[in-house]
Design a protein around this ligand. Structure first.
Ligand code: MN
Ligand code: MN
Length: 310
């Protein structure tokens, strides 16, 4: 029996690729079972429920099993006990991450947007039937991994396969499905302002200036717009409480590809001066919209380092 399994902390692609590839193996007459290496995230839960799909069983330890790894190959991401298992195959779309095996194995890695893209293309090649549920799942996995076709990792092949899967699944508005999935994942509406600020928060020191930068990604900024005042007030509290000189918050719209930037600072002019070279539109007191600004590391930190001095 082959146990087909994705990475720890599974995402939608890891779960769906395991289901799809186990099915593919079965159609080739090989005994295979899809498994998962951990709890489903909120997005995957939403997808599985929406399409009434069976959730793969949890495999806690791989000792003694024959494994097919999908959607990963880095040792740190592989299920516990894999050293005492036999890894037979790897189907993936990530870089090689240093796994060593005792025997030759089948490895297929293609730089496309999702593992599900690869497996769907194999169903097509073999002219194996893809049922409606499986098509819906594989489409969802592609949408998830490619951030609804926006990620730089998304290829023409992903788009083409997704289109074909959408037809089989009978899903007309693919974008809408993607947005629903990302909303289910972030559950922003249920989070407090403090959680929104601190969930993905990093701290930087420029000379003597301590800056905290938070980021939240959304597919629909209108979800957050009514809460901007509340978020600003909470930023003020956190800044005083934790002794930051400045806090910046990025509310990033991954579909429109831009961010609302909010700040709380000891000196009001810091923000405007530090980001004087960035195209921004004032949206309110301490609120700017910056089109094209998506990356804290590449676009927000460098101007601050430049302004305050490294
Ligand atoms: Mn993954
Ligand atoms: Mn993936």
């Amino acid at each position: 029996m082959l146990y087909v399994i994705g990475h720890k902390k599974p995402d939608t692609d890891s779960i769906v690729a395991a289901i799809a590839y186990a099915k593919f193996k079965q159609m080739l007459g090989i005994e295979a079972k899809p498994c998962r290496a951990g709890e489903l995230n909120l997005e995957t839960k939403y997808v599985m429920k929406k399409f009434n799909a069976k959730v793969p069983d949890l495999l806690e330890d791989a000792t003694g099993k024959e494994l097919v790894l999908v959607d990963h190959n880095e040792p740190s991401q592989i299920i516990d006990g894999y050293e005492k298992a036999k890894i037979r195959e790897i189907i993936d779309h990530h870089r090689l991450g240093g796994l060593v095996t005792s025997e030759p194995i089948f490895v297929y890695i293609e730089p496309v947007g999702s593992t599900s893209t690869i497996i769907a293309s194999w169903f097509k090649e073999k002219e194996f039937e893809i049922d409606k549920v499986l098509a819906s799942l594989m489409l969802s996995a592609i949408l998830s991994d490619t951030v609804i076709f926006r990620s730089p990792t998304c290829t023409d092949k992903d788009k083409k396969i997704a289109k074909e899967l959408a037809v089989i699944a009978g899903i007309e508005d693919v974008e809408k499905l993607g947005i629903e999935m990302f909303k289910a994942k972030s559950k922003l509406a249920e989070k407090s302002a403090r959680e929104i600020i601190l969930t993905d928060f990093k701290e930087y020191t420029f000379k003597t200036i301590k800056v905290g930068i938070g980021q939240v990604e959304t597919v629909d900024l209108s979800e957050l717009k009514p809460r901007i005042e509340e978020i600003l007030q909470e930023m003020d509290s956190i800044r005083t409480e934790k002794g930051y000189n400045m806090l910046v918050m990025m509310l990033t719209d991954i579909l429109k590809q831009g961010s609302l930037l909010l700040y709380s600072a000891e000196k009001g002019e810091w923000f405007v001066n530090a980001f004087s070279k960035i195209k921004m539109e004032r949206k309110g007191d301490r609120v700017f919209y910056a089109p094209g600004i998506m990356s804290r590391k590449k676009q927000i930190v460098p101007p601050l380092a430049e302004f305050f001095g490294k």
